[in-house]
Design a binder for this molecule. Structure first.
Ligand code: ZN
Length: 226
């Protein structure tokens, strides 16, 4: 019998089924029903051994193709679906700006990631605000509060009471993808689930949404500062 894949973490909850997740660093997380025994978990993991190996190989080749950012000159960063190289310049302010290329103040290089996050946050807020205003004017949505988050896996969320959240990474995506994500969350103000009614509402608001959705599925993993 082959070795059992190593398990990094077991999370028990009142769920009824098992789920396995391989993280970017290869760690395996098992979500299990509260009553599951270690033997139950080992059986599931053994059954899924080849799936786990494939997922780990995929994560490893991704890490090799897209090494972590180093914030050094020439490295490229996304904005609105385009990639721009980074230059270092001698100046006090602003720490970071975009004008055909990203220019980062030399003295800020050690805190480059922070400077990029602050810049992306501001840009995402501005772009999302403009889109919300457009749909508010055309379709009468009521948005209570807009929050820009650091979510890694979710592009946006709708927390009820008209509160919308978007990750700062959103403005890395092409404009039509940003618009789809904003429309998606706005549509949740009217339909909280992903039922057929929901997708019909998204299609009514933004008929070309399927292209944007497919783009995000295929390229979304690239839009990161990690
Ligand atoms: Zn949704």
């Amino acid at each position: 019998m082959p070795d059992l894949p190593s398990i990094s973490q077991i999370i028990r909850s009142k769920r009824k089924s098992f789920s396995l997740e391989v993280q970017p660093d290869g760690q395996l997380i098992v979500r299990a029903p509260r009553a599951a025994t270690q033997a139950d978990i080992n059986t599931i993991v053994a059954q899924k051994a080849s799936w786990i190996a494939r997922a780990r190989a995929r994560q490893a080749s991704h890490a090799q193709l897209y090494p972590p950012k180093t914030f050094t000159p020439g490295e490229k960063f996304w904005y609105l679906g385009q990639q721009y190289p980074l230059h270092l310049v001698e100046r006090r302010h602003p720490l970071l700006s975009l004008n055909g290329a990203f220019t980062l103040a030399h003295h800020a290089q050690a805190g480059a990631k922070k400077a990029f996050i602050a810049w992306y946050r501001a840009q995402t807020r501005q772009n999302v605000q403009r889109l919300i205003a457009k749909y508010q004017a055309q379709h009468g949505f009521k948005v209570n509060a807009l929050r820009i988050t650091s979510a890694r896996t979710r592009w946006g969320s709708c927390s009820g009471k008209g509160n919308l959240n978007f990750t700062y990474r959103l403005c890395m995506a092409p404009p039509e993808v940003m618009e789809y994500v904003v429309v998606h969350e706005l549509a949740h103000l009217r339909v909280p689930n992903h039922s057929r009614t929901f997708w019909a509402e998204v299609a009514r608001l933004y008929p070309r949404y399927q292209h944007a959705r497919a783009w995000l599925k295929q390229h979304g993993h690239l839009l990161t500062l990690d």
